[in-house]
Write a protein that binds this ligand. Structure first.
Ligand SMILES: [Zn+2]
Ligand SMILES: [Zn+2]
Length: 280
């Protein structure tokens, strides 16, 4: 099968690698049918994050199940499934609390398409191994196009959690979406509009070079506001009634991999700068 590799800055190549087969009863082998880019993929390709090079890229897709192990019961060959970016076992204490990114069986944010921890392949490849198929895979509901759900693996879900978790604590609150990155920002605005507060109480802002919302704002009927520093949003830029959602990208986006406010490290599950409000 072919796998799309991030070879070096600005270079993606297809490599021929061995076909995958099930090697454990809990596994499934899947074939991505709709893959899409995370904001992180663009940062990787441009050399803006310190993840090295020479690895298969891609961590968002809907896939068809090709083969399942003998202990897999929730999905079957031929099913269309969302493949989450993160590897999780489904049975450790954090997984049982619905916190799969804190899985203790595969610690360290192990996932597809990045050389952070473990080697799980990429989801632009023609096949991928899912080590805990029953825990990780979610069948696509009938009538949902795979391409429309490809980002459920990561960005769409991240935006959903950031917006709906805050609104569940502050029903009807004004929502300020602050993001330097377009994919997560667009999804967050969509979620805010759909979750209830709507156009009259949703604002969008951009950080640093993130000019992405400006052309979109008129289409949404939203106000666009430049925001100089995401970590100052809560304390200085946001009106008191605004709930600010940091999508932890203040840490990820820095080329040095550190938060500009407190120097917290790259890709931690929760920003520790003390000013962001994200819990993802
Ligand atoms: Zn991602
Ligand atoms: Zn686990």
């Amino acid at each position: 099968m072919r796998a799309l590799w991030f070879e070096d800055v600005g270079q993606l190549i297809w490599r021929e690698v061995e076909d995958l087969v099930v090697t454990h009863p809990l596994e499934a082998i899947v074939r991505p049918v709709a893959s899409t880019t995370c904001d992180l993929d663009r940062a990787i390709v441009h050399g803006l994050v310190p993840l090295g090079n020479g690895f298969p890229i891609g961590h968002e897709c809907v896939a068809e199940v090709l083969e399942v192990g003998s202990a897999v019961h929730r999905v079957a060959v031929g099913d269309l499934v969302v493949v989450p970016w993160h590897i999780s076992c489904g049975v450790c204490p954090p997984c049982r609390k619905a916190l799969p990114t804190a899985c203790t069986t595969v610690p360290g944010l192990q996932g597809y398409g990045a050389s952070i921890a473990g080697d799980w392949g990429g989801l632009f490849s023609e096949q991928a191994r899912v080590p805990y198929a029953d825990a990780m895979l979610t069948r696509l509901p009938p009538g949902v196009e795979p391409a429309a759900a490809a980002s459920v693996s990561d960005n769409l879900t991240d935006a959903f959690v950031c917006v709906t978790r805050g609104l569940s604590r502050h029903p009807g609150a004004r929502v300020l979406v602050v993001s330097s990155l377009p994919s997560l920002g667009l999804f967050a605005v969509d979620q805010a509009m759909a979750a209830g507060p709507g156009r009259s109480t949703t604002s969008i802002g951009a950080v640093g070079a993130g000019m992405w919302p400006k052309p979109w704002a008129p289409m949404w009927g939203l106000k666009w506001t430049p925001v100089p520093n995401i970590c100052n949003t809560r304390s200085s830029s946001a009106p008191p009634a605004t709930v600010g959602f940091c999508v932890r990208l203040c840490c990820v986006w820095r080329p040095a991999g550190t938060c500009p406010t407190r120097g917290c490290s790259l890709l931690i599950p929760r920003c520790r700068c003390g000013r962001c409000t994200s819990e993802t």
